[in-house]
Design a protein around this ligand. Structure first.
Ligand code: PMP
Length: 515
């Protein structure tokens, strides 16, 4: 029986992290720095490259955001006023529309739906897309019904029902009955949800089924709508869409002829993708593929949900990472950095031509669109958009500096580091197969998918750098510092990585765990 309260919260995880020295308590945070409680009780500054799993682009406790929050609380501004006017939420969505126009050159507005977390934002997009699909299916069936009524009212007409496999001379009533039965059966099939291999969209009952990692997905598959997974290449995606398409049958009715004609059935609910796969190992979507996605979406009638939860809100040097790929979604989901590291919220943007107002009654949450989180998001957008978007340029510059430092380490240690990737302040360092490296410990932990944690423990204790591996690619370290990251911090990270590579090469297992 666990006795101390900390064993009742993530006790197993804590034990695992303590084995590699990651069981640290952080007692203060400012900018890109976290202060750990040292063994003697002193504060030990640590450079935060994990950045709250990517939510801290503006750093910890940004003074303007803190001041705004404190001011609101002191003034007694309400936090929860459901179903009343929500000026901050409107301001957020207005600003997001201005940014969409600037970065994508679109005129069409996007509606905003607020929720509490990234995974919930994804589920909002998928639920909305499913409502839209069901309404489109009902509209299609109503058209077919009207044509069927017209056919039944034209008894003398010649009937061609070969598309249904019926012989010439089949009575119209029989054709209509079979057609209605087949259409109803086709549209009763579960919706097709398509996501990319390596993708991550959350861990809730629905979003967990869109996350490719089988460890997170398979134990819960019976609970949620299943997804089809496609590779990030146009031919591969086309093959998946092709394999999932379905037809319904309509009737073309003229005065003397009735013909059964196939039409695409609206079976595709959504295609989900991240412009830069985060948990999948910091993998930017190939530019060629991104260009083809919208084409395939139009061809198959499959709306695109761009998950910018990790990559969006300035992280890659533009507000939307997808704008750098020219990939405009029908839905765009934002969360993480939009909350400025102080608030938990998500906004799901829905293209106006797809928006179904019915949805407003169908999805809500007590805490969604609350006054605190929407006011923080409005302030975050002010900071990002200030001075003609100066901050995006700083992100791009810091990102280049970080990327160059990482590439230099890889060039010096190609046997240990397989790849460095990323965009802006979203970077990944992938370690090579270490089974033949000098380090038995690293080889063993890598085989168990735990090498990244060993590396993280070493870098934390020896170089005061906090980072973690990505959620689904355990040999890739993620680097998502705040925009305040300094040259000194980047150099210290590079020094730490170089030292780690040398220990791995030399098989110095004692050095890896000397803390
Ligand atoms: N989508 C992406 C791309 C993410 O990176 C994450 C979180 N890592 C999520 C969805 C889920 O967000 P949350 O953890 O807030 O539910």
């Amino acid at each position: 029986m666990a006795e101390r309260s900390e064993e009742l919260v993530d006790g197993v995880l804590r034990k695992a992290t303590s084995e590699v020295g990651l069981d640290v308590e952080y007692v203060r945070a400012e900018g890109n720095t976290l202060f750990a409680r040292g063994r003697d009780g002193s504060e030990v500054p640590v450079s935060d490259y994990l950045g709250g799993f990517g939510a801290l682009l503006l750093g910890h406790n940004h003074p303007d955001l803190v001041a705004g929050l404190v001011d609101r609380l002191r003034r007694g501004a309400p936090v929860l006023t459901q179903l009343s006017l929500a000026p901050q939420a409107n301001e957020v969505v207005d600003t997001l529309n201005r940014v969409l126009r600037r970065e994508f050159g679109v005129d069409e507005p996007y509606f905003g739906v607020f929720a509490n977390s990234g995974a919930e934002g994804v589920e909002v997009a998928v639920k909305h897309a499913e409502l839209d699909r069901a309404l489109r299916a009902a509209e299609l069936l109503a058209e077919v019904d009207a044509n069927a009524d017209a056919a039944l009212a034209a008894p003398g007409a010649e009937v061609d029902a070969s598309a249904l496999g019926l012989p010439a001379g089949t009575p119209v009533a029989e054709v209509v009955a079979l057609l209605r039965e087949r259409n109803a059966a086709t549209l009763a099939d579960p919706p097709r949800l398509v996501a990319l291999e390596g993708g991550f969209h959350g861990k809730l009952m629905g979003s967990g089924q869109l996350t490719h990692n089988p460890d997170y997905r398979l134990p819960f598959t019976p609970l949620g709508a299943r997804a089809l997974f496609a590779p990030a290449d146009a031919d591969g995606l086309r093959a998946v869409l092709e394999g999932a398409r379905a037809t319904v049958h309509d009737l073309r009715v003229t005065a003397d002829r009735i013909e059964v004609v196939p039409r695409d059935a609206p079976v595709f609910c959504a295609l989900l993708l991240e412009p830069v796969q985060g948990e999948g190992g910091i993998v930017p979507l190939p530019a060629e593929f991104a260009k083809r996605v919208q084409e395939l979406s139009a061809e198959f009638g499959c709306p695109v949900v761009v998950d910018e939860i990790q990559s969006g809100a300035g992280r890659t040097g533009a507000f939307f990472a997808a704008s750098q790929l020219g990939l405009l979604g029908d839905y765009v989901v934002l969360s993480k950095s939009l909350g400025g590291g102080l608030a938990k919220l998500s906004v799901t943007l829905v293209r106006a031509s797809r928006y179904r107002a019915e949805f407003e009654m169908l999805h809500s949450s007590t805490f969604g669109k609350d006054g605190l989180s929407t006011s923080v998001a409005a302030a975050v957008l002010d900071l990002l958009e200030a001075d003609g978007g100066a901050l995006y340029r700083v992100v791009a510059e810091r990102g280049e500096r970080l990327g160059a430092a990482l590439r230099a380490v890889r060039d010096d240690h190609p046997d240990v580091i397989a790849d460095v990737r990323g965009l802006g302040l979203l970077r990944g360092v992938e370690f090579a197969d270490l089974s033949t490296s000098g380090s038995a410990l690293a080889a063993d932990l890598q085989a168990q998918g735990r090498f990244g944690f060993l590396a993280s423990g070493y870098l934390l204790h020896e170089h005061r750098v906090r980072l973690f591996p990505t959620g689904s690619a355990p040999s890739t370290l993620r680097l998502q510092p705040s925009v305040q990251v300094t040259d000194e911090e980047i150099d210290r990270l590079a020094t730490g990585l170089r030292a780690l590579c040398a220990l791995l090469r030399d098989g110095d297992d004692a050095g890896l765990t000397a803390f």
